[in-house]
Design a protein around this ligand. Structure first.
Ligand code: HEC
Ligand code: HEC
Length: 216
C-alpha cells in the first residue's frame, strides 16, 4: 500500500498489486482492497484454472491484470471475451498473421490443447467493468460511423459479440483505438474484411468509435 497525492491535493491510499503474488497473499490483498476499490476490480469467487495451465495463467496477469483489468496500456480485457475468437487470435499471433511483439513470445511453443485450455478458462471469467464514460461530443460521429459500418450486425446490438465475433462493449479504450488503426493501416492482417471496412473511416472517427464502444 502507498499513499498517493490526488490532483486536488488530497492524499489517498492506493493498493499496489504485485505482478506475481502467492495465492494466499493475493487473497489477503483482495480482502484489504474491498474497502476502497470498486467491487468489479476485486478478484472475488474467481474459479481456479486447471492445474496444467495455472502457471501460464499467472503470467498473463502481468499485462492483462490480476482481476481482469489490464495493467499494460494497450492490453485488451480477456476475462469474459469470446472463447473461439480468442483461440483464433492466439493461433494468428503464433503464425504471425497478427503481429504483436508483446504477445508473440507468450504463445510461441504452446500447443493447441494448451491454447484451447487458456481461452476456455479466460472466457469463463467475469468481464470486468472499467467504468469508462463516453464523452458527449463523440456520440454523433460514432453513431453515424456505426450505422455506415454496420457494426451491430456482427457485434450484436449491445456490442457484446458472439463466438467468433469479439465483444467490444466496455473494452480498454486505448486498445480499441490502436487495434482499429492496426486494421486500417494493415498492421493487423488477420481480418482483411475489417481492413477494408476501416480504410474508409477517418482516424478521428475511429477514435470516437473506440470511446463509444468502451463506454457501452
Ligand atoms: C507482456 C504483456 C502481455 C502478456 C504477458 C500477455 N499478453 Fe496477451 N496481449 C498483450 C497485448 C499488448 C495485446 C494486444 C496485441 C495487439 O495489439 O495486437 C494482447 C492480446 C491478447 C489477446 C487478443 C485479445 C483480443 O481482443 O483480440 C489474447 C486472447 C491474449 N492476449 C491472451 C493472453 C494470454 C492467454 C496470456 C498468458 C498466457 C497473455 N495474453 C499474456 C499483452 C500481453
Ligand atoms: C461482417 C461482420 C462485422 C462487421 C460489419 C464489423 N465487424 Fe468488427 N469484427 C468482426 C470480426 C469477425 C472480428 C474479429 C476479426 C479477427 O479475427 O481479427 C472483428 C473485430 C473487431 C475489432 C477487434 C476487437 C478485438 O478485441 O481485438 C474491433 C475493435 C471491431 N471489430 C470494431 C468494429 C466496428 C467499430 C465496426 C463498425 C464500424 C465493426 N467492427 C464492424 C466482424 C465485424
Amino acid at each position: 500500500m502507498e499513499v498517493v497525492t490526488l490532483p486536488d491535493g488530497r492524499e489517498k491510499e492506493r493498493l499496489i498489486l504485485p505482478g506475481r503474488t502467492h495465492p494466499t497473499t493475493k487473497y489477503l490483498l483482495a480482502a484489504v482492497a474491498v474497502s476502497f476499490l470498486p467491487t468489479s476490480v476485486v478478484a472475488e469467487d474467481v474459479p481456479a484454472p486447471p492445474p496444467e495451465i495455472a502457471e501460464l495463467v499467472e503470467s498473463c496477469a502481468s499485462c492483462h491484470g490480476e482481476a481482469g483489468v489490464p495493467v499494460q496500456e494497450d492490453a485488451p480485457i480477456i476475462w469474459g471475451q469470446e472463447n473461439y475468437y480468442m483461440y483464433v487470435q492466439l493461433r494468428d499471433i503464433q503464425a504471425g498473421r497478427r503481429a504483436s511483439e508483446l504477445m508473440k513470445p507468450v504463445v510461441e511453443g504452446l500447443d493447441k490443447p494448451t491454447l484451447k485450455a487458456l481461452t476456455a478458462y479466460f472466457s469463463s471469467l467475469k468481464w470486468p467493468a472499467l467504468g469508462f464514460a463516453t464523452p458527449e461530443s463523440d456520440f454523433a460521429v460514432a453513431e453515424s460511423a456505426a450505422v455506415a459500418g454496420q457494426c451491430a450486425q456482427c457485434h450484436l446490438g449491445a456490442w457484446t459479440g458472439n463466438s467468433r465475433v469479439p465483444r467490444l462493449a466496455g473494452q480498454n479504450v486505448h486498445y480499441l483505438e490502436k487495434t482499429m488503426l492496426d486494421y486500417k493501416y494493415n498492421r493487423r492482417k488477420n481480418a482483411p474484411d475489417l481492413a477494408v471496412l476501416f480504410r474508409d473511416v477517418a482516424d478521428d472517427a475511429i477514435g470516437s468509435l473506440a470511446r463509444y464502444a468502451a463506454g457501452k
